[in-house]
Design a protein around this ligand. Structure first.
Ligand code: SAM
Length: 265
């Protein structure tokens, strides 16, 4: 299918060549009836076909319109797929979704790695009502997204993602499974939207507090949160048997929420 295709590095084009992995990714979304699946970057359509077989409707965004011939051919047997040739990051996705009626919305994709975080951030910021996100990302990025409290990779992004989603690392995919072969290995992760999010009284303040807590990785809260009322912080930490010498990476989502809410009591 891609014999004469010239892969474009600038679009992060590393296509999956292992059919087993394609199937595992599609299965990991456990797509229910009355579903719409968004795929970002269908490439040559390997994953798209699998999604068409599982979902009622599939909506793809592909930045590279030179893939149109390949995708037309590859998807000719499916009438439940639309491909929009545009930059996903620039689209008004909520507007695009108005054309569809569905009960369950999923995002399933082998993401272009250079924009993984902007894509996830867009889903959150624009309140795209997605239930589950199953994506293949660069291994290191996946480790950061799914890091546990106290680990080296745990950072402000991990805390934000934990606020919105249950995060799971599903399986690793070696670089040899792609054409052309990338310089990194990958991991498939699943983000399941939380139905009952913790109550945060002031969301922008919470985000700022978390960001500030992680400002200097080696510093403790006393140093990173100098600008805040440290008495308030100390009294919250005391309740969980911690003090101002604690570092941000040792605090759970619940503890950050408690810290943030204490300023709005
Ligand atoms: N899904 C295919 C597969 O698994 O073989 C291709 C995955 S490849 C890693 C990423 C795909 O995303 C490429 O087809 C690339 O052209 C497309 N892409 C890159 N940036 C994009 C963007 N901003 N919006 C939509 N598609 C994009």
């Amino acid at each position: 299918m891609t014999e004469n295709f010239r892969f474009k590095k600038k679009f992060g084009q590393n296509f999956l060549k292992n059919a087993v992995i394609v199937t595992r990714i599609a299965d990991a979304a456990t797509i229910e009836k009355n579903s719409l699946v968004i795929e970002i970057g269908p490439g040559a359509g390997a994953l798209t076909k699998e999604l068409c077989q599982r979902a009622d409707q599939v909506l793809c965004y592909e930045i590279d319109d030179s893939l149109e011939l390949v995708l037309d051919k590859q998807l000719k047997d499916y009438s439940n797929v639309d491909v929009i040739y545009d930059d996903f990051l620039k689209r008004n996705v909520l507007e695009d979704l108005k054309k569809y009626s569905f009960q369950h919305l999923y995002v399933v994709a082998n993401l272009p790695y250079y924009i993984t975080t902007p894509i996830i951030t867009k889903l959150i910021d624009e309140q795209i009502p997605v239930e589950k996100v199953v994506v293949m990302v660069q291994k290191e990025v996946g480790e950061r997204f799914t890091a546990k409290v106290g680990s080296r990779d745990y950072g402000s992004l991990t805390v934000f993602l934990n606020y919105y989603f249950e995060m799971e690392k599903l399986f690793l995919v070696g670089r040899g499974n792609f054409v052309p072969q990338p310089h990194v290995d990958s991991v498939v992760i699943r983000l399941t939207a939380k139905k009952d999010r913790l109550e945060v009284l002031d969301l922008p303040f919470f985000f700022q507090l978390v960001r500030d807590s992680f400002r200097f990785k080696r510093k403790n809260l006393r140093n990173n949160l100098k600008e805040y009322d440290l008495n308030v912080i100390e009294s919250v930490l005391k309740k969980v048997h911690k003090d101002l010498t604690v570092r941000a990476e040792q605090l759970t989502l619940e503890e950050f929420v408690a810290l943030s809410n204490a300023f709005h009591a």
